[in-house]
Design a protein. Structure first.
Length: 401
């Protein structure tokens, strides 16, 4: 195993104070161990004073070097820990940096790394004992003292390992909680964005339905003015007024819908038009005033739907069907039939009694939008031409009891 191989990505960077207090602890522990060792060696040493002073100075220099080496412990945790532990063979001042390095290594919670560090610690302890017996003969220890030192070393290693494992587990738990919070926040933002997009899509449908109806009325009356030369001045004025009124209504409704789109979800007091079947008589009256021949059959309708979504969807289906009939077969009769009862289904059928297929027009997205509306309401919509040439729009929507 390489001691300098780059480990997996290191933990989150420490805050400035977190780094400072670790160095302070390493320095204080190292200086304390060095001071005790220097005092003991100066008192009982039988060698030359110069040699003793040199060894004590080397001890301090190695301690400072290992303290500086701690800066690399998060990039090369195993290599740094082993090097500092080896330095403790001849340096008591390296005890403080060795403690911090071992705790930092244990935070990674790599069993193989800790086995290597434990073996290096054991060998370094034995070499340290042999070194001190040679360098300071007067401090030779008995076999009993060696056993005690080994037990103390094992206890020390177990303590720092447990501390490191605890810190690593706590860091992982905090990171996991932070990730959960960040994930929840992202999901909340995505849900808000989806809700906003869905609302804007609904508003876009409202814009299409409203404007298509108004513009078709304007186009129908404008066409009458362009091709009919038998209109009296009064009839021409009335037609022009109708065009003006519908154009103004279209602009007003467009302004209202665009106001919601611009304001987004923060809009207050601005709502797009939400007509229901209660406005169906007014819709049919406008179409009849435009010259359409419309027949309404509600004999099989038990009552007016009270569900807002059902009523609004039904109105939009009828409105779009009438708009298409005016666009593709102007002047042809149209029949509208509503049937159903609460607890079953509301059936909507709009027939454009044209004898021939519409000419000169291409289909738009109105019927596709209606099919989507019906699907969102839990129903279905079909459209097509019967063999006799009649174009039929049929919708079946669930009617809550």
């Amino acid at each position: 195993m390489s001691l300098v191989a780059a480990p997996p990505p290191s933990p989150t960077a420490l805050a400035p104070w977190s780094r400072v207090w670790r160095y302070l602890v390493a320095a204080i522990v190292g200086l304390s161990a060095w001071g005790l060792s220097a005092a003991e060696h100066s008192t009982v040493s039988t060698g030359s004073p110069g040699t003793t002073d040199a060894l004590i100075g080397l001890d301090l220099v190695l301690g400072v070097m290992t303290l500086c080496l701690l800066a690399l412990r998060r990039r090369y945790p195993l290599a740094v820990a082993c090097l500092i532990i080896v330095a403790t063979v001849v340096s008591a001042a390296a005890a403080g940096p060795a403690t911090i390095a071992l705790v930092s290594l244990a935070t990674w919670r790599r069993r193989s790394w800790m086995v290597v560090a434990g073996a290096v610690t054991l060998v370094s302890s034995l070499l340290s004992e042999a070194y001190y017996r040679t360098a300071f003969p007067a401090e030779a220890t008995t076999g009993y003292m060696v056993l005690v030192l080994i037990l103390v070393g094992v206890t020390y290693f177990a303590a720092v390992t447990a501390t490191g494992y605890y810190i690593g587990t706590r860091r992982e738990l905090v990171a996991s909680l932070q990730e959960r919070v960040a994930t929840a926040e992202r999901e909340r933002e995505l849900a808000t964005e989806r809700s906003r997009d869905a609302e804007r899509t609904r508003i876009a449908r409202e814009m299409h339905d409203v404007l298509a109806h108004r513009i078709s009325l304007v186009a129908l009356h404008a066409g009458a003015l362009a091709y009919r030369d038998d209109l009296t001045r009064t009839e021409t004025r009335e037609t022009a007024q109708t065009i003006q009124a519908n154009a103004q209504l279209a602009l007003s409704e467009l302004r209202q819908v665009l106001g919601v789109l611009r304001a987004g979800t923060d809009a207050e007091g601005i709502e797009p038009p939400q007509p229901t079947l209660a406005e169906l008589p007014a819709l049919l009256a406008e179409a009849r005033e435009a010259g359409s021949d419309i027949e309404l059959d509600t004999s099989a309708l038990a009552e007016d739907p009270r569900a807002q979504t059902l009523s609004r969807t039904s109105f939009r289906i009828v409105q779009e069907a009438l708009t298409n009939a005016r666009k593709h077969a102007p002047g042809e009769p149209v029949s509208v039939r509503l049937a159903g009862s609460p607890g079953s289904r509301l059936e909507i059928e709009v027939r454009n009694l044209a004898d021939a297929p519409p000419q000169g027009h291409r289909g738009g997205v109105g019927l596709a939008g209606l099919a989507e509306r019906a699907a969102l309401a839990g129903g279905e919509l079909e459209h097509g031409r019967d063999p006799d040439g009649t174009f039929v729009v049929e919708a079946r929507l669930p009617w809550p009891a």
